[in-house]
Ligand binder design. Sequence first.
Ligand code: MF3
Ligand code: CO
Ligand code: CO
Length: 289
Amino acid sequence: MGRNDPCPCGSGLKYKKCCLGKKQAPLLGNLKETYLKKHGIRIKGPSDIEGIRKAGVVALSTLDLVEKKIKPGMTTDEINTLVHEFTIRCGAISAPLNYRGFPKSVCVSINEVICHGIPGDRVLKDGDIANVDVTPILDGYYADTSKTFFVGRPGPDAKKIVSVARESLRVGMEEVRPGNTVGDIGWAVQKYAEGEGCSVVREFVGHGVGLEFHEPPQVAHFGQRGQGVVLVPGMVFTIEPMINLGGKELRILDDNWTAVTLDGSLSAQFEQTILVTENGYESLTPYDL
Ligand code: MF3
Ligand code: CO
Ligand code: CO
């Protein structure tokens, strides 16, 4: 093994930049234990990955169903009923329901709502944008994914923010490979979204997922290249940038869940559950961006 070879500990770094410089010998098969101890991150094995991938199929079918049904005149609670009943028909459970007191089975976030919109009486109208965020649990495995849909015909602002949010997820995903860091993801998203004149929400971040709803690490959608945890194969986490057309500031409504833009501007989001592979990444909730 040469100084410039990949470090045997699996960090993705060159040996000279990693274990060669440390007192201890390379960790070899110990990476799983090290990531758990050092970062609280549970590296997934083949059977975990298979389980999350199957939950991902349910999640994507749910979004497909919503996309087919979403129409002006519908209430957000009708979307909740669709998602709840379809999830159960698939043999899965909706993770949001009763999660830390969340009262519904899906988050539906309209226009100025950034995230965690609680389904209710709000009626969708022509020109709205609606983020629908689903997380089924299938055989104990979680997959977390969302899309922002147009309701009826979008205006120019709606087109712009949805396009920037979609592309923000894409550029974040492109940073995922062993040896890169969570900071590289945030850096890429922030650079792109701010370059488009939009802003990146700071208070909500991507997260490890799979065995629980929210696991370490946190995956911020802003930050600096090279900062934070080094990505290694078997890590599974979401990337889910929330992008505002105006300022990044938010407030939480009196229901203690609904996050809205402080300036009332539109906000959009796309989310996928991403596995770090030996060569790069695989989305476990794949859809075209
Ligand atoms: N699905 C959201 C996420 O992407 C979390 C929603 S928590 C809930 O992390 F309780 F509001 F459902
Ligand atoms: Co998430
Ligand atoms: Co989600």
